[in-house]
Design a protein around this ligand. Structure first.
Ligand SMILES: Nc1nc2c(c(=O)[nH]1)N[C@H]1C(S)=C(S)[C@@H](COP(=O)(O)O)O[C@H]1N2
Ligand SMILES: [Mo]
Length: 331
């Protein structure tokens, strides 16, 4: 992919590349299929992809070109949450604990220059400038459900690539069993870090096979643009089958280790937030049920709560990672 750096230091696709992916993909596939005399199935598939037609570029931040992901399960056809809801109802405690706080306060986060340290049990540790991390693999659009442990969910068109691409590049050593994510904790840019709600920095972690799963996304953008600060700019992870807090924002370090990482929420309340935190309607949070959820944007008088799905609906893709494990014990 051709990219150039603008004065603001971030990466901008060339103008020719900013055609929305659903437009150029559909068109190219259609032309190919017409030439092959097989337009029928492709047209049907194309119509089914109308989920993508709902993804309107908000036109607020730098555009980010992406190809349609072909990873199984990477594109839900559910209605996409509005950009406004996805960017004004956030959890990002470094900017305050109210849902409106990150949108109001995150403008003080300076995302350029930015680098991510990759260290620990790897053969090729490296400090990646954001631009180099971005270029490491093709950017894909994924439409994922994200389910917060608090009982609400959204459907967001993310842009990034499988974290496995980076992991393959840095070559973990044989004894690396877990990946630890550390996010920025700068009290000058993040007013929430001065409060004691969590033990900063915000740390999250995955078992190696979870980190290697193709659905685990190293994420640079959403809605066809770079990430807004409140959603974890300039780079975060998104793990769609786990409660939202596992999807750490504004990453500065990725460390490979042989020990299960001590994560921020697990340290704060170990009986409430386990290391795995797979979305599971059958295991309640000690203070509330996890059986149902409220889809953000559907909060009218008659909006029904939705049933929460095992692994947030990604059981076909990730269920085998937990075969034989007691998911009530390993919550
Ligand atoms: N650094 C950091 N990452 C974080 C959080 C946070 O407070 N700090 N909150 C988590 C929680 S609880 C959720 S639900 C998601 C929300 O992501 P979104 O605002 O993009 O929807 O981010 C997660 N990542
Ligand atoms: Mo959350």
């Amino acid at each position: 992919m051709l990219i150039k750096r603008n004065d603001d230091g971030f990466i901008h696709p060339l103008a020719s590349e900013i055609t929305p992916p659903h437009v150029y993909h559909g068109r190219r596939e259609l032309l190919k299929a017409l030439a092959a005399g097989a337009a029928g199935p492709v047209l049907a598939g194309w119509a089914a992809r109308d989920a993508l037609a709902q993804v309107q570029r908000p036109g607020k931040l730098a555009p980010l070109a992406a190809v349609r992901s072909t990873v199984p399960g990477a594109v839900t056809m559910e209605k996409v949450t509005s950009y406004k809801d996805a960017t004004t109802y956030n959890n990002f405690y470094e900017f305050g604990t109210d849902k409106e706080d990150p949108a109001a306060n995150a403008h003080t986060l300076k995302t350029s220059p930015w680098s991510v340290e990759v260290e620990g049990l790897v053969k090729k540790p490296a400090r990646y400038a954001l631009e180099d991390l971005f270029k490491l693999s093709a950017q894909e659009e994924r439409i994922y459900r994200l389910r917060c442990v608090e009982g609400w969910s959204m459907v967001i068109p993310w842009i990034g690539y499988s974290l496995s691409k980076l992991i393959e590049k840095v070559q973990p050593q044989g004894n690396a069993k877990f990946v630890e994510f550390t996010t920025l904790a700068d009290p000058n840019m993040m007013p929430g870090v001065r409060s004691r709600v969590l033990d900063w920095p915000y740390v999250e972690g995955l078992r190696m096979d979870e980190a290697m799963h193709p659905l685990t996304l190293l994420t640079f953008g959403m809605y066809g643009e770079v990430l807004p600060n409140q959603n974890g700019a300039p780079v975060r992870v998104v793990i769609p089958w786990k409660y939202g807090f596992k999807s750490a924002k504004s990453l500065v370090r990725i460390r490979f280790t042989d020990r299960q990482p001590a994560t921020a929420w697990n340290k704060a309340a170990p009986n409430e937030y386990g290391f795995y935190s797979n979305v599971n309607p059958n295991v309640d949070h000690p203070r509330w049920s996890q059986a149902t959820e409220r889809r953000i944007g559907e909060d009218g008088l008659f909006a029904k709560r939705r049933k929460t799905l095992m692994f947030n609906g990604y059981e076909a893709q990730v269920g085998q990672l937990y075969a034989g494990m007691d998911l009530k014990k390993n919550f």
